[in-house]
Design a protein around this ligand. Sequence first.
Ligand code: G3I
Length: 341
Amino acid sequence: MRSPFSQGARVLAGSIILLCAGVGAQLDTLAKRAGKVYFGSAVDNPELGDLPYKTLLSNASEFGQLTAGNSLKWETVQPVRGTYKFAGGDEILALAKQNRQLFRGHTCVWHSQLAAWVEAGKFSAKDLTAIIEDHCGRLVGHYKGEMYSWDVVNEAFEDDGSYRKSVFYNTLGTQYFETALRAARKADPNTKLYLNDYNVEGINSKSDAYYTLIKSLIAKKVPIDGFGVQGHLIVGQVPTNIRENFQRFADLGIDVAITELDIRMVLPVTPEKLEQQKRDYAAVIRACKAVKRCVGVTVWDYTDKYSWIPSVFKGEGAALPWDENLKKKPAYDGIASAWLS
Ligand code: G3I
């Protein structure tokens, strides 16, 4: 039947319905309305000197959660054995508290950005165990009561699902997971403890390896609360089984979070690539939305101005929802509409 209303009137009515449903609301607000705990962003300390950047980051309706991009890593926190430096982390915590944003801790045990003395020391298993207990205990303990969650162990597997041959694995085998997780739990009984990695968005050898490890940790009553899926993805290549992957971890009784989302493209930027990126962001958000225990999504910084991508992947970039001038890209609307869908 032909509608009695003009097309213009129908478009207007549609827009009003969308507005009432929350289009125009900001990303953390929309994530919470979708039942999530947060939508957030990573930030690195030098960026806080950029006032327009900091002002947008401080909008808690947009970002309900912050992650320190670098300042809580081992090389920064304990560069010399026994010397602890929390100034960078403390600065981001103060900002998060002022803005009423959650704070995620990143990261306690990682082979990269590790203080040189840890590898150079050629420590025995007994000594390295004590070093992990001390480091995780002090780091997590320093932020006791302040952190929503911690990436206790980061990037522990290779892409083929074998254990990464880090100094931790080479000295301690798989025992170091338990050592780090127990030390973190002792230091802060209320923060959520995660294992975190990249290339584990879909079902593959690496996510299978995590599934097996987490199952065995749970069976041994080792404290583990969540699986962090970093989400460093490529435009047009987003895995199609993210939801199924998240659900199997949720079914183990733990939370899932997307901890470092960015979706990069080969430069230059074109309108077509931006549209594909919008669809890709929406697909990732829909997967999190669909899994009850997916608690939140963090972008690995929010603007292309401060993305790590161009320095590591030559000729690639434009991976984030805001461009270099802090202007929203189509990806922003992809995220917003996916939370609403
Ligand atoms: O601090 C030095 C500075 O003194 C020097 O002038 C400058 C010159 O390049 O380098 C600075 O260090 C850089 C550091 O970031 C702080 O900006 C390092 O070179 C650079 O390698 C380092 O990159 C970080 C990267 O981790 C290292 O792996 C990125 O900022 C950080 O965003 C990135 O984050 C990781 C996550 O922790 C884990 N998952 C992957 C993700 C992306 O690589």
